[in-house]
Design a protein around this ligand. Structure first.
Ligand code: T4K
Length: 366
């Protein structure tokens, strides 16, 4: 039986390091509700990204949903359907209409040339996605938003550790959400964070993730519970210590994929531009005009015990819960086509170069 390889595998810090990190929780018995680990993790993330305000959440989805709520928006939000369904849900659960904009051919982020034609008197925000950690054209988005008075809230679930010209991509727009889920390049088991420049929004988010409470006897917002606990924060602190090494290991594997597959007709990979330091979160490969379809590639790999994933298929405007809603119907042919032809190949720190060569060999064997 061939070695089983999944699309990703969580990186674990040394067990003793995590045990040391959580040891003091047995003395303090303070397990959640903004404890010492929580505060330390927040501070470290702010230091790492250079972004002044960080608010931790139990997961990335709650960070995004609460971020949108914190701006108290009404009406329509322009977003892309080529993403994990969380993005669309976070908009819809805030009572906003998702208005789907198509994606560009280069890196599958929002096609900025198509945003303005979707703006109406009801548009309140743009919610772009740095899908796979590929960066949106933030300058163009910023310009459009400023001209039309729109908020920009990024789904940066995949973009932790991505820097452009030395600056963290989590600083773009009004606020950015990051996911620290176990499947991410950087994780705190489950977890997520909002990154922002506004002290006021941070204050609102701190209340919103704790039932809307602004003090023990005062509740300012109708909201739920979305707090990160101390065990998650401790894992995040450990993961951050090892993150540089994590990215280097991923980079080595990613570069092996580029060397093996980038020049093959019918296969397109996403290679980071020279001004971007990538986190190598995913290895998307587009199969168009290749001797196998995307589905045949997935099937052939599975036959060899290798489980690539069709992230992100179907496009979210084709999902059952959205496809019959009139306002969600949109002409996004590029998103549809890319979602039907793309696969994310296994990529993680502990994958070996031999594993990558084997995967590529299976894909290219005629
Ligand atoms: N926005 C975007 C653009 C997102 O991609 C996501 C999440 C969010 C928002 C929301 O963020 P979070 O609320 O999740 O923080 C996974 C993740 O659950 C999800 O976080 C992620 N995006 C999405 C793209 O993928 P599944 O259902 O595909 O995961 P699953 O359980 O099939 O795992 C995939 C592979 O990961 C497994 O084959 C093996 C590996 N794995 C998985 C787990 C759970 C591990 O190595 N360790 C683990 O603990 O959703």
């Amino acid at each position: 039986m061939d070695k089983k390889i999944l699309v990703t595998r969580s990186s674990m810090p040394p067990l003793e390091e995590y045990v040391d990190e959580i040891r003091e929780l047995w003395d303090t018995a303070w397990l959640t509700n903004s404890g010492a680990k929580h505060r330390e993790f927040e501070k470290k993330l702010s230091g790492y990204t250079g972004i002044p305000y960080v608010s931790l959440f139990v997961n990335g989805h709650q960070a995004l949903e609460n971020m949108i709520a914190a701006y108290n928006l009404k009406g329509e939000a322009i977003t892309t359907p080529f993403t994990f369904v969380s993005t669309t849900h976070a908009i819809a659960k805030n009572g906003l209409k998702p208005v789907f904009c198509d994606i560009n051919e280069e890196n599958y982020t929002i096609d900025v040339s198509k945003i303005e034609s979707l703006i109406t008197k009801d548009t309140c925000a743009i919610v772009p996605v740095h899908v796979y950690g590929n960066l949106c054209d933030d300058a163009a988005i910023e310009k459009i938003a400023a001209e039309h008075g729109l908020k920009v809230i990024y789904d940066a679930a995949h973009a932790f550790g991505v820097f452009k010209n030395g600056e963290s991509a989590l600083g773009y727009g009004d606020a950015s959400m990051c996911s620290f889920h176990a499947t991410k390049a950087f994780h705190s088991i489950e977890g997520g964070a909002a990154f922002m420049h506004s002290a006021k929004i941070k204050e609102i988010l701190e209340a919103m993730k704790n039932f809307g409470m602004t003090s023990q006897e005062s509740v300012g917002y109708i909201s739920g519970n979305a707090k990160m606990n101390e065990f998650q924060a401790a894992m995040g602190i450990c993961s951050l210590r090892h993150f540089k090494d994590e990215v280097l290991k991923r980079k080595k594997n990613a570069e092996r994929y580029y060397a093996n597959l980038a020049n093959i007709d019918g296969i397109k990979l996403c290679i980071p531009p020279s001004d971007v330091d990538s986190n190598y979160a995913y290895m998307p490969a587009l199969f168009e005009g290749y001797f196998m379809t995307r589905d045949e590639v997935v099937e052939r790999l599975a036959h060899h015990n290798i489980f690539a994933r069709k992230y992100f298929f179907p496009a979210t405007n084709d999902l059952n819960c959205y496809k019959d809603i009139a306002s969600c119907q949109a002409d996004t042919p590029t998103a549809k086509r890319i979602s039907e032809n793309i696969v994310t190949l296994p990529l993680y720190a502990d994958l070996t170069l031999d594993d990558v060569d084997r995967i590529c060999g299976i894909i290219t064997e005629k």
